[in-house]
Design a protein around this ligand. Structure first.
Ligand code: RNT
Ligand code: ZN
Length: 424
């Protein structure tokens, strides 16, 4: 059994940590208050390996992504997924949102094709979110469908196919608008279009022109921007689209610069050694807002469970140093079907929040002072010392304050939950 930390112990360690940080000019109370109001959007798809609950008539291919592993206990119904998500929420501090994909519609056993989806198919999700006091985000689903099997959707050469997907996306924006109204604030809709080719398409131009055409039709739909906020997500390559992805980084940077939607940067969607932290100040110098897909790429996979590594630390340093937390929408995007799924959610979310907290606890003013004075060794020394400051004591206080387990105690709950889901 992992120990439950006593309130007294957490408070004592926090009081000490507060003094350590204060000596460097850092206000830990202010950092905690900021972290508390920074929402993290949990992705529903970690709970069932990106399966969804759609009733299919035909066989479908994955479409650029794939969850690997067969750890028992994946949610098989929307009710199970909601129960699992609530379990994860209980182990995570702070403000949370929940991010749905169109394939998580509840259609009562009926076949409802994607261009026919309506807000009513998400009524249970909306009622559930309201009950928990959380907001929802949304995504159209351009994969795992017979009309996506050949690798093209919104950029398809066949007009009928392309139109089907345009109708699907507009239907999704209407659903998001309804979610936004129901929660009284914007629902963020991320548009990820996996279209691409496995090997050397001769024509790399026409699909891009068609994708622009489709996106223009989609964003021309009359939808209230107060309640539906759009983002477009690029990718370098996917499974089956190793050579060419229509919606590349350059494509969407240019699209976002000249159109409404914001850019979504997924940490796993660039060259294997390319990180996104240096992109933040460039994008937000020109754009008002940004969506993050917090993830961890490993070799060919873009979606390993997030851990508190340098990529996460550097990312949030950039956002906090630029005072850009309020214009950054933070969503998670990873899925691992080989481990306890509640564990995956909780590890990834807590790691993300720790990364934000670490950045909020940085003595930035002192670092800038060194930098401006040309004192490179002073800057480097302070950055190094910061790595071993008592972040954990402040983090535990955040958990205590939020009513979530501090320290390692949550691991007991996660392991116990295996027994709850074992019979599925
Ligand atoms: C895939 C993209 C995309 C998906 C989700 C399910 O590489 O990152 O965001 O993971 O939409
Ligand atoms: Zn993503």
């Amino acid at each position: 059994m992992f120990p439950t930390l006593s309130k007294d112990m957490v408070e004592r360690r926090y009081a000490d940590a507060k003094l350590v940080y204060a000596a460097l000019g850092v206000d830990t109370d202010a950092a905690l208050a900021q972290l508390k109001k920074t929402p993290i959007s949990l992705h529903c798809w970690q709970g069932d390996d990106v399966g969804g609950f759609e009733v299919h008539e035909d066989a479908v291919a994955g479409g650029g992504i794939m969850a690997t592993g067969n750890y028992p206990g994946a949610a098989r119904t929307a009710d199970q997924l909601r129960t699992d998500a609530e379990k994860a929420f209980s182990l995570i501090p702070g403000t949370l949102r929940f991010n749905l994909h169109a394939i998580y519609a509840e259609t009562d056993g009926q076949v409802v094709d994607r261009d026919q989806l309506e807000p009513k198919h998400f009524a249970n999700w909306m009622a559930w979110a309201k009950k928990l006091g959380i907001c929802l985000d949304f995504n159209p689903t351009f994969f795992a469908h017979p009309l996506a099997n050949d690798g093209y959707t919104l950029s398809h050469a066949d007009t009928e196919t392309r139109k089907f997907w345009v109708r699907h996306d507009i239907a999704c924006r209407r659903i998001a608008e309804a979610m936004g109204r129901s929660q009284g604030s914007a629902c963020v809709v991320n548009h990820w279009i996996p279209d691409g080719a496995k090997d050397q398409p001769v024509d790399r131009w026409a699909p891009r022109k068609r994708l622009v055409e489709s996106l223009d039709e989609i964003f021309a739909a009359n939808i209230d921007g107060t309640y539906c906020k759009d983002a477009v997500e690029c990718k370098l390559f996917g499974i089956g689209s190793e050579d060419y992805v229509v919606g590349s980084h350059e494509f969407y940077m240019c699209y976002a610069m000249t159109h409404e939607p914001m850019i979504c940067l997924d940490m796993g969607h660039f060259h294997p050694t390319e990180t996104i932290h240096d992109k933040i100040s460039s994008v937000l110098t020109f754009q008002d807002e940004l969506l993050l897909h917090v993830s961890r790429g490993i070799r060919w996979d873009s979606d390993h469970v997030v851990i508190l590594n340098d990529d996460i630390r550097c990312l949030f340093q950039q956002i906090v140093r630029g005072n850009a937390l309020s214009c950054t929408n933070i969503a998670l995007d990873f899925f691992d079907a080989s481990i306890n799924r509640i564990g995956a959610w909780v590890v990834g979310t807590r790691a993300t929040q720790k990364g934000i907290l670490a950045a909020l606890l940085e003595p930035t003013a002192q670092l800038i002072e060194f930098e401006n004075a040309g004192n490179g060794a002073g800057k480097l020394a302070l950055l190094e010392e910061c790595k071993t400051l008592p972040l954990g004591a402040v983090w535990d206080m955040f958990c205590l304050d939020s009513g979530a387990p501090a320290g390692t105690a949550w691991i007991n709950d996660m392991l116990d939950y295996d027994n709850v889901v074992a019979k599925r």
